[in-house]
Write a protein that binds this ligand. Structure first.
Ligand SMILES: [Cu+2]
Length: 149
């Protein structure tokens, strides 16, 4: 039968050829003889992060932060005079006057959909007198802020 002939070559030459072919195929498939172990899975994406900004009397420190998409910015009051705020120039976020005591916090998460955007913000009380302003750049492709932010 045709099927039997394909399975059992009739002589040693055919067996040798078959063995050589099998070795070549195996080598091609497992990287030339290395142990054929599956590659490790890709590393998980880095966990979302909290980036700290201090709200001091008349300034934000650091003034500008660059974060990864999905990160949260946490503004923490470390001043002595209450009455500060964090208000985005585009209106997308506004803390109100939450910084009424040392350690008071306002947080905002900048999701993946904001990748590549820059958010400039101000303290509404101390923008004119003290240029109390800052910026959040989401992702490395986000443009630099306007001067002063
Ligand atoms: Cu202020």
């Amino acid at each position: 039968m045709k099927r039997d002939r394909a399975r059992r070559p009739r002589n040693a030459t055919l067996w040798a050829a078959a063995a050589t072919f099998a070795t070549l195929i195996a080598g091609a498939c497992n990287g030339g003889g290395r142990n054929p172990v599956a590659p490790p899975p890709p590393p998980p994406p880095p966990a979302a992060n909290v980036v700290e900004v201090e709200v001091r009397d008349s300034l934000f420190e650091p003034k500008s932060v660059t974060i990864r998409p999905g990160d949260t910015v946490r503004w923490t009051f470390r001043g002595s005079v209450p009455g500060h705020s964090v208000r985005a120039e585009d209106g997308s976020f506004n803390s109100g006057f939450v910084f009424d005591r040392d350690g008071a916090v306002y947080e905002r998460t900048f999701g993946a959909e904001l990748d590549g955007q820059t958010f400039e913000y101000r303290c509404v009380s101390h923008f004119v007198c003290c240029a109390m302003q800052g910026s959040v750049r989401v992702g490395d492709s986000a443009p630099p802020p306007q001067p002063g932010y």
